[in-house]
Design a protein around this ligand. Sequence first.
Ligand code: FAD
Length: 157
Amino acid sequence: MDWSIFLADVASEVTLVHRRNEFRGALDSVEKVQQLKNQGKINLITPGEVVGLKGDGKLESVIIRKTSNAAEDITLEVDNFIPLFGLSPKLGPIADWGLEIEKNAIKVDTFDYQTNIPGIYAIGDVNTYPGKLKLILCGFHEATLMCQSAYQRIFPR
Ligand SMILES: Cc1cc2nc3c(=O)[nH]c(=O)nc-3n(C[C@H](O)[C@H](O)[C@H](O)COP(=O)(O)OP(=O)(O)OC[C@H]3O[C@@H](n4cnc5c(N)ncnc54)[C@H](O)[C@@H]3O)c2cc1C
């Protein structure tokens, strides 16, 4: 959405393709995209998925699938394609370490971000505690306190 909002003032035409009708981004960005759509500055295609790129040495068009029926695919002529995909975090083997897990995140003590296993810390999006916010700033704060604690653990004196 941020790219679309920025490019709406730069590119002659912008098409935003998103796999769902709803957006999970900041409400302000969602509203701006909607306004730009109403002003005709952004073409919004939802739900939709880019399923192919066409061109000969240079991108010429993208193929957009709106329904499960491939016969209804749209071919859109473009100069550029900016793929921005989301994340689906998985704990992987960490889930088997005996750490306390809640909703796919590792529970920590906010005193020093230690887990239920002494000496194992978890900071950033991977952890959870009451009031947790998944933000860069919070990750830095957690890292600072965690490092203080880890340092004292390694060098007790
Ligand atoms: C679209 C979007 C916009 C955002 N905007 C903001 C914002 O404006 N301000 C803000 O403060 N926060 C924002 N955030 C949140 C912010 O990005 C996260 O809180 C922050 O990046 C978390 O940092 P992290 O290091 O904990 O996790 P991540 O940045 O997710 O880093 C985890 C890393 O571990 C890697 N990894 C995962 N599994 C494995 C494995 N098994 N082996 C090796 N590596 C692995 C991943 O590839 C990734 O590189 C935004 C998030 C999103 C998705």
